[in-house]
Design a protein around this ligand. Structure first.
Ligand SMILES: NC(=O)c1ccc[n+]([C@@H]2O[C@H](COP(=O)([O-])OP(=O)(O)OC[C@H]3O[C@@H](n4cnc5c(N)ncnc54)[C@H](OP(=O)(O)O)[C@@H]3O)[C@@H](O)[C@H]2O)c1
Length: 313
């Protein structure tokens, strides 16, 4: 594990479940543990936290395997907030390795939840649009019934259930269509292909909300700082587009003349089915006075230089 700014232990935040009026708390006055610290979202979360002078322990997989109960219990001692960014994210591989994916996404989440509750720490569990069936036609509210259509979605849904059952002081933050500077992601792949080819065919029948990991990291910190009540929140950009629409925007910004053509999911079959409609609503954020992330296209304009300059994975 690596630590930065080992500040003295701050006062514990108010307990929203106890009916204490929520009073904002600064990130720098809390002790944070970021689990799965080697991942794409965790990189940006660590940047945001360090930018706010927070006391943060970064635990990558080598330092903390979330499937190890003793290691998990030891790691959450003496922290105020645990953010679980660890996950089995290989969506297609999960179809043939569901037990291994379950061990990380569900059992790992359950162990972190139990340990966080015992230690009196707040747990932020990052979840996904894949817990839904993708058959909706309007944005999914936070309390919509789960109906995952893939093994990955089932394991993440089980992780949510475990966190609700084990850790009363939880924030489940569902996200989707993440891209970031520190990892392989859709815009980097499209930018590479656009440089190599005259034409790209991209599916136009899956819609969602492209979301920058930096924006999600900032939202997680703002939720904690606002002492948002325990519950489920949606951490995606506003608006919606298809992968085709997103690719057109990416290619436009590159200044290349690669043509982008729409295609269908049927023409581009993957091992794991993808939800066709992955648009998440943000009413729970608004209800607690936390501003949702802005429109996906405006956020992409801001993010593109940093993301496309990031390491190619
Ligand atoms: N990427 C997306 O589009 C997307 C969409 C919706 C939701 N999410 C959710 O967002 C969160 C962050 O995703 P991300 O894109 O940042 O994922 P990521 O880059 O794949 O990072 C996940 C991290 O978890 C680590 N990990 C795997 N097994 C572990 C274990 N047993 N113990 C500890 N760490 C372990 C991985 O380490 P190794 O690399 O060593 O395996 C990796 O560093 C996840 O909860 C994911 O489900 C992502």
């Amino acid at each position: 594990m690596t630590t930065s700014d080992p500040a003295p232990a701050p006062a514990r935040p108010a307990d929203p479940a106890a009916g204490t009026p929520a009073v904002a708390v600064a990130a720098r006055d809390l002790r944070w543990l970021v689990v799965g610290a080697g991942g794409m979202l965790a990189h940006d979360l660590l940047d945001v936290l360090r930018g706010r002078s927070a006391s943060v322990v970064a635990a990558g997989r080598a330092e903390l395997d979330v499937t190890d109960p003793d290691a998990v219990a030891a790691a959450v001692r003496d922290v105020d907030v645990v953010v679980n960014c660890a996950a089995w994210t290989a969506v297609d591989d999960a179809e043939t390795h569901e037990a291994e994916a379950f061990a990380v996404n569900a059992t790992g989440a359950a162990l972190l939840a139990r340990a966080s509750a015992a230690a009196g720490a707040r747990l932020v569990q990052v979840s996904t649009d894949y817990v839904f069936d993708g058959r909706a036609t309007s944005p999914y509210p936070e309390d919509a019934p789960l109906g995952p259509v893939s093994a990955y979605g089932r394991t993440k849904g089980a992780g949510e259930w475990a966190v609700r059952a084990e850790a009363p002081d939880h924030l489940i933050v569902r996200t989707a269509w993440l891209y970031g500077a520190h990892g392989g992601c859709f815009p980097k792949t499209m930018a590479r292909l656009a440089a190599e080819r005259d034409e790209l065919s991209v599916v136009d029948d899956q819609v969602g909300q492209p979301t920058w990991t930096h924006d999600l990291a900032d939202l997680v910190v703002r939720l904690v700082e606002a002492q948002a009540p325990a519950g489920t929140y949606h951490g995606t950009s506003s608006g919606q587009t298809s992968w085709f629409g997103f690719t057109r925007r990416i290619v436009e910004g590159l200044g290349v003349d690669t043509r982008v053509e729409p295609t269908t999911s049927e023409a581009f079959v993957r091992p794991a089915p993808r939800p066709a409609f992955s648009v998440l609503g943000h009413d729970a954020l608004r209800a607690v006075g936390v501003e949702p992330i802005g429109e996906w296209d405006a956020r992409w304009e801001v993010a593109a230089p940093a993301v496309l300059a990031g390491e190619v994975a």
